[in-house]
Design a binder for this molecule. Sequence first.
Ligand SMILES: NC(=O)c1ccc[n+]([C@@H]2O[C@H](COP(=O)([O-])OP(=O)(O)OC[C@H]3O[C@@H](n4cnc5c(N)ncnc54)[C@H](OP(=O)(O)O)[C@@H]3O)[C@@H](O)[C@H]2O)c1
Length: 327
Amino acid sequence: MKAILFDQPGDEDQLYIGEVPDPQPGPGQVLLHVAATALNRADLLQRQGKYPVPPGGSDILGLEVAGTIIEVGEGVTDYAVGDNVCALVNGGGYAQMIAVDVVRLLRLPERLSFTKAAAVPEVFLTAFQALHWIAGLRSGETVMVHAGASGVGTAAIQLAKHAGARVIATASAHKHQPLFDLGADHCVDYRQGDFAEAALEYTDGQGVNVVLDFVGAPYLEQNLRALARDGRMVSLAALGGARVENISLAPLLLKRLQLTGTTLRSRSNDYKARLIADFREKIWPAFADRSLKTVVDTIYDWEEVADAHRYMASNANVGKIVLTIGD
Ligand SMILES: NC(=O)c1ccc[n+]([C@@H]2O[C@H](COP(=O)([O-])OP(=O)(O)OC[C@H]3O[C@@H](n4cnc5c(N)ncnc54)[C@H](OP(=O)(O)O)[C@@H]3O)[C@@H](O)[C@H]2O)c1
């Protein structure tokens, strides 16, 4: 089969379409014909040699796919050849075929296209894990979602609203309207002043119960100030840097805060299977009735993968960047 490959870590122009052996489905797996995959920041880092592939993962880029089952492995009874599905995968998505454990599959509802479905798994499961499994979000609470226009941010805004929470999103000003359209109650341009002050003002001085952070060091002091008593912050990335100096941890004690962090990719197969099962039961039906949706910014043909990576690096997107996989 063909796949998008790179021989040396480096810039976007290292990427090319080449030949690799066809994958074979093992017991409990299906073989997918991949119609579409979607980009994640981790792909850019991996291409640059800055994201070692976790043990057992594929060297081929791509953490999520949508496509059609073309073969079922031994013991698979719940799925059949011809079923359309999407899946969270341990790499290998930028390819014409992939073997996937059935516990990773989400069956596509009618009218959910491959390009939209490919954009679901990584960002929605990341946001679901952060909001529900880690932060324990409750209805009526207020969540601040940083990088609100990112793929994960657009998923988190919707999931928080779906859970009955109030959402404050931070993003560049020109990206605010699409975030209001997704349900954000208040948007803050983090480039124009102090977002903690804006959050405190919006919550009548109470602060926010949950922060989803992607920016890291430059945001920590404001995040600590913005959090309400018993607030929880989940750190998902450090886009602005990871090293912090001269910040008082007193708010942790005084407000009984919890600071946590996670990466979905490094979680065990068993953890991912349990997370997907919970998501399949509690959240996936909302894609069928369209109360939740993927936000797809741009769709590229896989021949244009270098342009797609450049576009993501430019921070211009609102939501996901999708690649269609050619024959
Ligand atoms: N921990 C996990 O399990 C996990 C899983 C998936 C993704 N992630 C991480 O989550 C982040 C978002 O991923 P994605 O694929 O959804 O990203 P994305 O769609 O590429 O969006 C990133 C957005 O973040 C904002 N941004 C970038 N640098 C910033 C900075 N220094 N300060 C403030 N905002 C900044 C930009 O929007 P503005 O124009 O509004 O600034 C940018 O468009 C990435 O860092 C990714 O690695 C973590």
